[in-house]
Design a protein around this ligand. Structure first.
Ligand code: SF4
Length: 100
């Protein structure tokens, strides 16, 4: 399970999360992982621009939207947690199967 700012973003087996992440936060998270055998001086780790929201006053809608490169107007509403496969669910308006 991948959570962002206290909300479930994606749920799937580990191999799916690593090889086929669908949520933009999961994708950014996986892209920030170091690769075994690759030196930092050869390839710098990718970060996620911005900062997590305050959990004392969390934003409405998708909590990742201030940092999401795919954010659009609908993201001001909280996305439903949608089952996209037998063992794979995602909360993102951009994922096919979600009513955007
Ligand atoms: S719902 Fe919108 S802001 Fe949230 S991850 Fe999906 S595209 Fe990005």
């Amino acid at each position: 399970m991948i959570m962002y700012a206290g909300k479930l973003a994606e749920k799937a087996p580990t191999a799916t999360i690593i090889q086929k992440p669908l949520h933009p936060y999961t994708q950014a998270l996986v892209n920030s992982l170091p690769e075994v055998g690759v030196r930092y001086k050869d390839k710098k780790l990718a970060g996620i621009p911005g900062s997590p929201p305050s959990l004392l006053k969390p934003p409405t809608g998708c909590r990742f939207r201030a940092r999401c490169p795919l954010a659009f107007a609908k993201c001001a509403e909280e996305p439903p947690f949608v089952k996209v496969d037998t063992d794979h669910s995602v909360a993102c308006w951009k994922v096919p199967g979600t009513d955007a």
